[in-house]
Design a binder for this molecule. Structure first.
Ligand SMILES: Nc1ncnc2c1ncn2[C@@H]1O[C@H](COP(=O)(O)OP(=O)(O)O)[C@@H](O)[C@H]1O
Ligand SMILES: [Mg+2]
Length: 181
């Protein structure tokens, strides 16, 4: 994968598979500390310590449809290549936090890529899930949560309605544009 946004989509997908109903995604680009931090928290099923340790093994997966799980190992490799690391904290029945750090200026750091596309794909496929999103850069902060979006759109419109999809695409693209450095 060339873009961190694609890794993030994979990590968001894990929260869905874990049965989460609330997910928070925070992207923090801090040029002063030369650090990029991506944090995903969920209130899904969680994992015990042994499972957390096994998630870095590319051949470990609990899913039935595919026999290798690569989401977390690839994200970890991307962080480690860029002077950072992946940290997973999880508690069964409580939830999970996945946090990747990168050296912002590291030559091997992958570009963030299109977060607007990742968010659109996630929001359109997971209509029932509550997402809180914060993207902070030296320039500005773009943040929203799905409850605000629903308020904006009114109850009669669903996320997959073509006009809503168009509004959402524009909202996300403009938000991401506003924090682009
Ligand atoms: N947020 C999460 N909550 C609970 N379990 C998780 C979470 N993320 C990953 N896992 C566990 O780690 C395994 C490996 O995840 P991953 O590397 O993304 O591969 P895959 O999703 O293809 O199985 C998953 O099958 C699941 O058991
Ligand atoms: Mg996965």
């Amino acid at each position: 994968m060339r873009e961190l946004a694609l890794h993030i989509l994979d990590i968001l997908q894990n929260t869905v598979e874990a049965g989460a109903s609330r997910v928070s995604l925070i992207i923090n680009e801090d040029p002063k500390d030369d650090r990029l931090t991506i944090t995903v928290r969920d209130d899904g099923c969680g994992m015990d310590n042994e499972t957390v340790l096994r998630t870095v093994d590319p051949f470990f997966t609990t899913r039935q449809t595919r026999h290798v799980g690569l989401g977390l190992p690839l994200f970890a490799a991307a962080a480690e290549r860029a002077g950072g690391r992946l940290e997973i904290r999880s508690r069964p029945g409580i939830g999970t936090k996945v946090e990747a750090t990168f050296r912002l200026s590291h030559p091997d750091r992958q570009p963030l890529g299109s977060m607007a596309d990742t968010l659109l794909a996630f929001l359109l496929s997971e209509k029932a899930l509550a997402l809180e999103y914060i993207h902070r850069t030296a320039k500005d902060t773009f943040e929203f949560n799905t409850a605000d979006i629903r308020k904006e759109l009114g109850d009669e419109l669903t996320m997959t309605h073509p006009a809503v999809r168009q509004w959402l695409r524009k909202f996300l693209a403009e938000g991401e544009q506003s924090v682009q450095t």
